[in-house]
Ligand binder design. Structure first.
Ligand SMILES: *[C@@H]1O[C@H](CO)[C@@H](O)[C@H](O)[C@H]1NC(C)=O
Ligand SMILES: *[C@@H]1O[C@H](CO)[C@@H](O)[C@H](O)[C@H]1NC(C)=O
Ligand SMILES: *[C@@H]1O[C@H](CO)[C@@H](O)[C@H](O)[C@H]1NC(C)=O
Ligand SMILES: *[C@@H]1O[C@H](CO)[C@@H](O)[C@H](O)[C@H]1NC(C)=O
Length: 446
């Protein structure tokens, strides 16, 4: 009789502990509990100092500030005379002019993106504990009706059209990449030729190329799709005349889309994205496109994202403006990314390709700040040198696994493969401590 209540108590206590660990793990206000060295603190102070100078110098009127009581918190503020046009449909209020970001979180998350794979693969779902029942159905529209993929065969059938066995792309596969947004500011410049010079060009949703090549270029390597565009896959596939553009869906696979792939048929490769989660700071197709680009390119250049202060039209280059969402917030976040050295922004007011982004934190400052941030945020493998220490799930693969990467492997990419000991690292959305899922070779090559 005593065993049952005891068992219950143990379950309760461990449940509460798990919740507590979860809360503590997510909060960055518990510096006291974390052993940060002086070097760590210096790195964070250096990062914040350089970052503020960078935003204040390159942000075209944006200012960044943050006090010394919080190593991570940073506020990016628009000039007071900025006309805020976007109105929150829920609160009815205009978008504010100042935004708070967590610099530590940004440094760690994006650095991890650069070393991980963002295409959903079969090996990833297979390796997730209960991957088919807990995860797979979430990537199928109305997957909830599939009874959590209890019938795995049925789920595999649904996903098979978009599920490669292993990643088709690897980190650093491309050198210079351009991500093209759909903003009307593209028509104020003629970036077309410049855009076509990139090694890979990433577009979004239904952005047309024909009739706009002078402004938006003609090259198109990838296209990031939201749910609406994925349902009109036949129309999207027509936008690129080569039929080779790779379509990457950021949400779920829909029956309408699968039918088109089979019956139209769509020749282009179609994949689902297996991306990280950036919380509320960063949503939208634009950011997903940058995430995808950063996971396969050495340098990422951004065009067509309405980033300049004073810009208030929020139009699209090819059609009437759609409602959109929090444009000032998004723009501040892009400036944050530029001042962390992740991207370079090109816009009517920053049209010089050779423009130097001043006061960028150096590589060593970024590396040191990342390690300190990992500690603050209690990331899995924090502060360790081994690239596989961030793996919270490790699955060994044997020699029969062949990476089928489309295109040649550059030296930088090959070196990176060596650095990760031949492994493939996948981010896991919403995993506590941001541990990764790693596919590592049975016999590690050094
Ligand atoms: C802009 O407004 C903020 C908040 O009201 C204020 O703190 C700041 O000093 C103002 N800046 C300028 C340049 O007027
Ligand atoms: C699972 O789905 C497949 C494919 O639709 C079907 O042939 C099979 O009968 C289903 N199995 C069960 C146990 O329902
Ligand atoms: C390009 O312009 C031509 C002529 O105006 C038009 O017929 C065609 O539909 C346009 N293409 C796109 C993709 O907008
Ligand atoms: C990512 O990989 C590079 C080597 O290509 C390495 O220098 C860097 O520390 C890695 N970053 C993380 C977060 O593991």
């Amino acid at each position: 009789m005593r065993i049952l209540p005891l068992g219950l108590a143990v379950a309760l206590v461990s449940g509460l502990t798990a919740i507590l660990i979860y809360i503590l793990g997510l909060s960055s206000n518990f510096y006291d509990y974390i052993r940060l060295s002086d070097a760590d603190l210096d790195a964070l102070i250096d990062l914040k100092r350089d970052f503020r100078k960078c935003v204040n110098t390159n942000g075209l009127g944006l200012t960044a500030f943050g006090d010394d009581t919080d190593y991570c918190k940073i506020t990016i503020q628009y000039p007071n005379n900025t006309e805020s046009k976007w109105i929150d449909p829920k609160s009815g209020e205009h978008e504010g002019l100042s935004f708070e970001f967590n610099l530590c979180e940004a440094v760690v998350t994006w650095e991890q993106v650069r070393n991980s794979t963002t295409v959903l693969t079969k090996e990833f779902i297979d390796a997730l504990p209960n991957g088919w029942e807990d995860y797979a159905w979430r990537r199928i529209n109305k997957g909830i009706h599939l009874n959590n993929c209890k019938n795995k065969t049925l789920c595999m059938e649904k996903l098979s059209l978009v599920l490669p066995p292993t990643p088709p792309f690897v980190p650093h596969q491309f050198d210079r990449c351009a991500v093209i947004g759909n903003s009307g500011d593209l028509l104020q410049t003629t970036f077309g030729e410049e855009i076509d010079e990139y090694d890979a060009v990433i577009r979004e949703n239904g952005a047309p190329i024909q009739n706009y090549t002078k402004y938006a270029g003609s090259k198109s390597t990838f296209r990031l799709l939201n749910r609406g565009s994925a349902k009109a896959l036949d129309k999207v596939a027509e936008l690129d005349e080569t039929g080779k553009e790779v379509l990457v869906v950021k949400t779920t696979i829909h029956d309408i889309m699968s039918k088109m792939i089979r019956e139209v048929p769509i020749q282009n490769p179609v994949y689902l994205m297996a991306g990280a989660s950036f919380g509320s700071a960063a949503k939208g197709t634009g950011l997903k496109a940058l995430e995808f680009a950063l996971s396969i390119c050495d340098s990422v250049n951004m065009y067509g994202f309405t980033v300049d202060p004073g810009y208030k039209e929020w139009t699209r280059y090819f059609s009437e403006s759609r409602k959109g969402h929090t444009p000032l917030h998004g723009r501040a976040y892009y400036q944050l990314m530029e001042c962390l050295g992740l991207i370079k922004i090109h816009s009517p007011m920053r049209r010089d390709l050779n423009r130097v982004v001043q006061w960028l934190p150096t590589r060593s400052t970024l590396d040191a700040a990342r390690i300190a941030s990992e500690k603050i945020l209690r990331w899995v493998g924090r502060g360790k040198k081994d690239p596989l220490s961030a793996c919270s799930i490790t699955k060994k693969f044997d020699d029969s696994r062949k990476l089928k990467v489309s295109g040649a492997i550059r030296k930088v990419a090959a070196n990176h493969q060596k650095y990760v000991k031949g492994s493939t690292l996948y981010p896991m959305v919403h995993s506590v401590g941001h541990g990764m899922l790693c596919m590592v070779p049975q016999v590690q090559k050094n």
